[in-house]
Design a protein around this ligand. Structure first.
Ligand code: GLN
Length: 284
């Protein structure tokens, strides 16, 4: 970030090793136009594809797109990006959002993956279950109510009035919230077919400005009973739904693909979070 004459420069990267990165860049541009109509301090948004460590270093925030998490992690490993990505997310704690495969990479623990076959970045104290809903042909769309959008963009984006149409493609879900531990999620390493992210210590200067805290559930996909509109409130309670959006401090993850819908509401909300984080950041 820099600023000239009351204009705030904010650089947002989209990891462009594989997957739907271009779609995110398009939607970020659309979201920034919506935000700038309400700006008090003018922002100079820079959106860039990120493939190298130096490109990552120039970013104030980052999106990890959907795609294939094993491929993204393999390419990241070969291009020496895994460690810089872990530092970005877990040490300097800059705002990072992962969609679908991106959510998998940001989890501290993921199952249904061959041991040694995939490396995680981590940052979210959760275990994800990959391909939870089955294969590509079992992809589906669903209308979501996402309460966190209610106060976004000044007047709010009320999803009870206008639901968020979400696309799930071989999507993961968050199947377990893990305790916020300093270091590694050791217990998870003993779970069959599970990989965990290596531990990282948060930068002490950043730690003073940010409280990592527990994982917040930001959205659920109503279970089968709710989808069938069963008129029985007890059943609906029992079917609270699968967790498909979470946040922990600077890290946000969604199971679905907002970048494939053309609906910029989550991007607008997230850019607002980025502005807040940049304003809060300790001076070097
Ligand atoms: N199932 C994929 C994976 O494991 C994610 C799918 C997606 O991003 N659409 O990486």
């Amino acid at each position: 970030m820099g600023s000239t004459e009351g204009v705030m420069d904010i650089t947002v990267g989209v990891l462009a090793l594989q997957g739907a990165f271009n779609e995110h860049v398009q939607l970020l541009r659309q979201a920034a136009r919506m935000l700038s109509a309400k700006d008090i301090v003018e922002k100079n948004w820079i959106f860039k594809e990120v493939r190298t460590e130096s490109e990552l270093k120039s970013c104030d925030a980052l999106i990890l797109p959907g795609g294939e998490s094993t491929t993204i992690s393999l390419v990241a490993q070969r291009s020496n990006m895994l460690e810089p990505l872990r530092d970005f997310v877990k040490v300097t704690r800059k705002p990072t959002w992962g969609t679908c495969a991106g959510l998998i990479l940001l989890a501290e623990s993921a199952n249904r993956t061959k041991r040694g076959g995939q490396e995680l970045i981590g940052g979210l104290d959760v275990r994800v279950n990959r391909n939870h809903f089955g294969r590509q042909i079992e992809s589906f769309e669903a209308d979501l109510n996402l309460p966190f959008l209610k106060n976004a963009n000044g007047q709010g984006f009320d999803t009870t009035q206008s639901p968020f149409r979400a696309i799930f493609i071989r999507a993961p879900i968050v199947e377990k919230l893990l305790p916020n531990v300093a270091g590694e999620q050791e217990g998870e390493a003993k779970v069959d077919d599970t990989v965990i992210a290596p531990s990282r210590a948060i930068d002490p200067n950043v730690a003073r400005a940010i409280n990592v805290g527990e994982v917040e559930i930001m959205g659920t996909l109503p279970g089968r009973a709710a989808a069938l509109k069963v008129d029985d409130s007890r059943k609906l309670d029992a079917e609270a739904g699968d967790i498909i959006a979470v946040r922990q401090a600077n890290v946000f993850g969604t199971s679905f693909h907002p970048e494939l819908t053309g609906d910029p509401r989550i991007h607008v909300w997230w850019l607002e979070q980025v502005v807040e984080a940049v304003n809060r950041r300790p001076n070097p």
